[in-house]
Design a protein. Structure first.
Length: 251
């Protein structure tokens, strides 16, 4: 690693954490970041002192509150979350189910917010987690309105399967995205777990660009289409709060 900067090594350490690796030992960090143990020990100690990492009683390291606080300040995310929360809360209060807000980061949907009732159906996502665009309601909405080159990259790559219902062919994905653009919503049926489905809608900004998506995740027994009006209304409400206006009202 001759000539590699300290910051690059720190980034590699932080990249070692993932949805399936939330807590890591010093040795695991060293291996995953491909750094000598002595270097890992020094950098991890500095990150821990700063608050970027925290060391648990089990000796494993986790992402610290300092990094979480900084992440919440990323451009647009704070404003979006603040403006979206009243509408997410209204949708949650009306349904008592899982309500989520997500944005696209390259070929993933990243979850910025989630509200969930104790009795709501269990789901895998949490704030900060990622899912591939083709396999979730919010991801399908974001992909449907992404640039052509983004969609082509997804079409060209293998489509990861989570269940037998996960979209697994380019033909099926193209048809689903076309319907999402036409209808203004999408129902993602048992793509991640066989017990859940999600209804998602786009969020637009003042330039009419889709900048985010929201969804509600419900048990498979629920008639998803009865929730479409509420989800679309919440999406329109957040969009208006972000400066969007319906076509008829634009000058």
């Amino acid at each position: 690693m001759t000539g590699e900067s300290v910051s690059s090594r720190v980034f590699r350490l932080l990249d070692a954490f993932s949805e399936t690796k939330l807590a890591l030992t010093l040795s695991e960090l060293s291996t995953l970041a491909d750094l000598p143990l002595s270097t890992t020990h020094r950098l991890v100690a500095e990150l821990t002192d700063w608050g970027g990492l925290t060391r648990g009683a089990d000796g494993r390291y986790r992402i610290g509150l300092r990094l979480l606080a900084i992440g919440s300040l990323s451009p647009g995310s704070l404003s979006l979350r603040e403006r979206a929360m009243p509408f997410l809360e209204d949708l949650y209060e009306a349904t008592r189910q899982n309500v989520q807000l997500a944005v696209r980061d390259d070929l993933d949907a990243v979850y910025l917010e989630r509200i969930s009732a104790r009795g709501a159906v269990s789901i895998l996502t949490r704030v900060g987690s990622r899912m591939p665009l083709h396999a979730t309601g919010v991801g399908l909405i974001l992909l449907a309105h992404a640039d052509d080159d983004v969609r082509e990259r997804v079409f060209a790559a293998p489509l990861e399967r989570f269940t037998e219902k996960t979209i697994s062919t380019t033909k099926q994905l193209r048809e689903t995205l076309a319907a999402a653009r036409r209808d203004g919503y999408v129902v993602s049926d048992r793509q991640i777990e066989m017990i859940t489905q999600s209804i998602a809608a786009p969020i637009r900004d003042a330039s009419n660009t889709v900048i985010a998506a929201l969804s509600i995740v419900v048990p498979i027994e629920t008639d998803a289409h009865t929730l479409v009006p509420a989800v679309r209304a919440a999406g329109h409400g957040i969009s208006r709060a972000m400066g969007w206006r319906p076509k008829a009202l634009r000058r």
